[in-house]
Design a protein around this ligand. Structure first.
Ligand SMILES: NC(=O)c1ccc[n+]([C@@H]2O[C@H](COP(=O)([O-])OP(=O)(O)OC[C@H]3O[C@@H](n4cnc5c(N)ncnc54)[C@H](OP(=O)(O)O)[C@@H]3O)[C@@H](O)[C@H]2O)c1
Length: 269
């Protein structure tokens, strides 16, 4: 048997991680899940062929325990499992705003904790997860957490003080992109295109542009300049975006998200 992984809380993110791990080749016998709603637990157990246990059993037999409940449920969950963790167990916490110090204070001394901020494209194996080590993590723990998260996309490691910025950029990031896509689709309709056609044009343009960024490795400025001919159509549009301070709005928006993440982390409503 390989490393045993417990996913505590199989909601949206928990199921995403579970299905990614199985697609990446983990044996269903090495993965166990827990879930508060029995009907959901039964459904996932049958769908993925993994064992459904209660939290204490799952914590007691797993090398890596992934906490995927809502931030407000973390404290109770840790109180429930703290006496059942195996020696050498790794705790991976995916709850937004929950610090490694918060988790470490609620488990026995020396337990290794890794904090992770994932994002929703993990659903299609194109996630971006940033992980930060707690005070008792060594390279082996980090490698285990990294391998776990890479089942659903890309992984970077960062010091924990960057997690609020990560939340603002990649955690919330998909929403900004969807917002831009919505605006461009509306613009297409304004210009007389059928809505379905406008949607197809915009979605494929986004996909193509993202693929170019990733595959060429070119800086976005270089790619943008390639489609900005002198006195051309693109420049006419970009000038309007600059006039409306769209770049400045992005900077301010992400500062606001970073600040909100700090507030939530420090327990303010
Ligand atoms: N979704 C995202 O895009 C995203 C992105 C970044 C981070 N995250 C983090 O991922 C975590 C999970 O988010 P989510 O969207 O997956 O939430 P979710 O769908 O509500 O999933 C959490 C699941 O855990 C269950 N649960 C709660 N307490 C439990 C317990 N003590 N034992 C077993 N199961 C328990 C919940 O059951 P009930 O339904 O009965 O409450 C629910 O099914 C959050 O902390 C969030 O901050 C999510």
């Amino acid at each position: 048997m390989g490393e045993t992984i417990a996913i505590l809380g199989a909601g949206v993110m928990g199921e995403t991680l579970l299905s990614g791990l199985l697609r990446a080749g983990r044996d269903p016998q090495d993965v166990v899940i827990t879930e508060r709603r029995p009907d959901r637990a039964a459904e996932l157990g049958a769908k993925y062929g993994v064992k459904v246990l209660d939290n204490t059993e799952a914590a007691g037999l797993s090398d890596t325990v992934v906490l995927v409940v809502k931030p407000q449920d973390i404290s109770d969950l840790l109180a429930e499992i703290r006496e059942h963790l195996r020696p050498g167990a790794l705790l991976v916490c995916i709850a937004a705003g929950i610090t490694t110090a918060f988790v470490e204070e609620r488990v026995p001394d020396g337990v290794a904790v890794v904090r992770v901020m994932p994002n929703t494209p993990a659903l299609v194996d194109e996630g971006m997860a940033a992980l930060s080590p707690g005070s008792h993590c060594d390279d082996e723990h980090l490698a285990r957490a990294s391998a776990l998260l890479s089942a659903t996309g890309k992984v970077v490691q960062l010091p924990e003080h960057h997690q609020d910025a990560v939340t603002a950029i990649s955690g919330s990031g998909p929403a900004y992109i969807f917002y831009v896509v919505e605006a461009m689709i509306e613009a297409g309709v304004l210009l007389g295109l059928p809505r379905a056609t406008s949607t197809e044009l915009v979605v494929q343009t986004l996909y193509g542009a993202a693929t170019m960024l990733k595959e060429t490795g070119e800086h976005p400025t270089v790619l943008r300049e390639q489609v900005s001919s002198p006195a051309g159509t693109t420049m006419a549009a970009l000038r309007q975006l600059d006039d409306h301070k769209v770049r400045a709005a992005f900077l301010t928006a992400m500062e606001a998200a970073r600040d909100r993440s700090r507030e939530l982390s420090s327990g303010q409503a």
